[in-house]
Design a protein around this ligand. Sequence first.
Ligand code: CUK
Ligand code: CUA
Length: 640
Amino acid sequence: MKTISVLSNVFIVGAFILITSCGQSGSNGKSALSSNVAEKVYIAPGERDEQYAFLSGGYSGNLTVYGLPSGRMFKEIPVFSQFPTSGYGYSEETKPMLNTSFGFVPWDDLHHPDISQTNGELDGRWIFANGNNTPRIARISLSTFETEEIIEVPNSAGNHSSSFITENTEYVVAGTRFSVPVPQRDIPISEYKSNFKGALTFISVEPEHGHMEIKFQLLMPGFNYDLSHPGRDKSHGWFFFSTYNTEEANTLLEVNASQNDKDFIAAVNWKMIEAYVNNGGGKKMSTRYAHNVYDESTHTATSTMNKEVLTVDPAEVPGAIYFLPTPKSPHGCDVDPTGQYIIGSGKLSADLTVHSFDKMLAAIKAEKFDGEAYGIPILNYQDVLAGTVSSGGLGPLHTEFDGRGNAYTTFFISSEVVKWKLGTWEVIDRKPTYYSVGHLMIPGGNSRKPHGKYLVAMNKITKDRYLPTGPEMEHSAQIYDITGEKMELLYDFPTHGEPHYAAGCNAELLVNNSKKIYRLDENNHPYAIKSPAEARVERTGNEVHIYMSTIRSHFTPDNIEGIKVGDKVYFHITNHEQDFDVPHGFSMIGQGTSEILIMPGQTKTSLWEPKRVGVWPFYCTDFCSALHQEMQGYVRVSPA
Ligand code: CUK
Ligand code: CUA
C-alpha cells in the first residue's frame, strides 16, 4: 500500500508539472511542423475527405461525425439527448427513444462508439454507443445516420466497459463500472464487500436488422469493470474486461482501491456461456428495463418495458472465466488485430502489461493457478505475460493498432502518444499531445484490418490551442500522419462535448449506403398523408389532429380555426418534397418543445397545447427556397 501511494504522488507531481508547462511558448508543437503538412489535411472546395470519424460527445450525449484528414464536422447525431436542431426527443415520434425505467431521461454520458463487424472487419451497417449515466446501449444506422434503437441495461450502473462488439456483431457487450446490489435493495453501503455485483451484459444483435436483446448477464464479483475488448481472430469467442478496485472498497477509492499491486483483466469465454444458456442454463431475475425501437417505415419509436433478465453466476459455468493479474488499476484493455496480445494499461503504472492469449490457454490447460477470487481461477502473472513496454511515459490509458505490427498508446500524465512494436516491445517513436490525451483512434484500429493512415488523439485539456472562449472551451483532438516510421502531427480540431473513444472507417464503406431520401410510397406513419389534397383537421374530444403538408413554400392547411384553449393540438407534418436535401421546419409561437425538422418523404409530429386566446403564427424554420420567408400560417385559438 505504501509503495503505491508514494507512486501516485509522483504521478500527481508529474501531472502538475505537465499542466503548468502547457501555456509556455515553444512547447506547443508549432515549430515541429514541416511545410508540406498543410497539404496533407487540405481538402479543396468541393472535394471530400478520405475517412469518416465518429467521435463520442461525452456528456453531450451525442455522437459527432467528422472527416479525416480535414477535421471538419459534418453532423451531430443525437443519441441520448434531446436535440432541438432536428426535434429528436421533442417530436412525438422520437420521445419514446429516451424512455427508461427511471422515466424520461433526455441526457447521458456517451463514451465508446464501435462500428459493426463481419469476420472481424468493419462492415459499416451500424455504430453502437454506450450511455454511462443511466446504463443504455444505442444502435445508430449508418444508412440514415439516425439512432434506431436504445436498450437499457438493468442491474448496472455506470455502463462504462461498453459498447464493444464481437467479430461478427453477435453481441454488443456492456460492463458496469459501479457494482451495485443485485437486485437493488436497501442495505448498508458498508456491506459492499461480497454483496455488490458487477454485471457484464451480453446483448445479442439480430443480423438482419440489428435488433438488440439481452441474452444473458454475468453477475461478477463487486469490482469496477472499466474497459473491455473482444478477442479477435484466434481469440474470437473470448471477451476481456479490465477491472480496478478488486479491493472492493466502497469509500475513498482514490486510496483504498489502489492497495493491491495488481488488479485483474477478466477473460470471459462467452461462447461457453452462450452454449450454457442455450441449453437452458442461467436464472431469470425480475427487473425493469426499457427497450426503445425506432421504425424507419413508420418513422416512429415505441418503448416497451421488459420485466426479466437471464442472469448467470460464474460458479455455474466453471472454466469460462479467468483472471489475469494486471498491475496498478488497469484502464485500457485492448486486443491487437491478430488476437494474440491483450494490453492492459495500469493507470498508476509506467509500464504497459501485455498478456499472451496462447500462454493464457496453455496455463488454463495445465490448470496452473495462483488461487482464486470468488471461485474464479487467477492465472499466474508470469505465466501469461507476453512482455512489458517500458516507455518512460506516465499514465498509460488506451492502445490502437496500425495493422503493420505497431501499437500506439496514449499517456495521459506525460501527455503523449507512444508508438511501439508488438512482440519486441521496443519504443519506436513518441509525440506530445496538446494536452493530456485520453483515447486515440485509428480508423479500423479496433478490428482485424486497421486503415493505418491517420491517428486521432482526443485530448482532455485544451488550454491555448484556439482563440479563447472564456473559461469553458471545447475539447481538442489532433490528427497525426502515421504512415512513416515517425508520427507527424498534422492538425488540431475542436470537438463537441468530451470525446472519449471514436470509431472511424474509410469513406467508401459508407458513401454508397448513405440514404438520400425517404420514399413517400414507403411512408407508413399512421398520420402520413400522400398529398396536400389529403390535408385536414380532425377533432376527437379535446384532441385535435392536423394532417399537414409541406412543399415549397407553403403549409397546407395554413389557416386553422376552431382550436380552443386547453386543446392538445398535434401537427402531423408530412414533407412532400421529392428532392434530396430539402427539409422543412415547423415551429409554433410559444412552444416549449422545440421546432421539428422534417426530411422529404417523412412525417413528424409536434404537440402544441395553446394556453392563450388569439391568432398565433407558425413558420418554417429551414431556409428552403427563395420564398421561405413566405412559408407561414396562423392558428386561431378561441376560449375553451
Ligand atoms: S474512458 Cu475516457 S479516456 Cu470513458 Cu474510454 Cu479512457
Ligand atoms: Cu420550408 Cu422554409
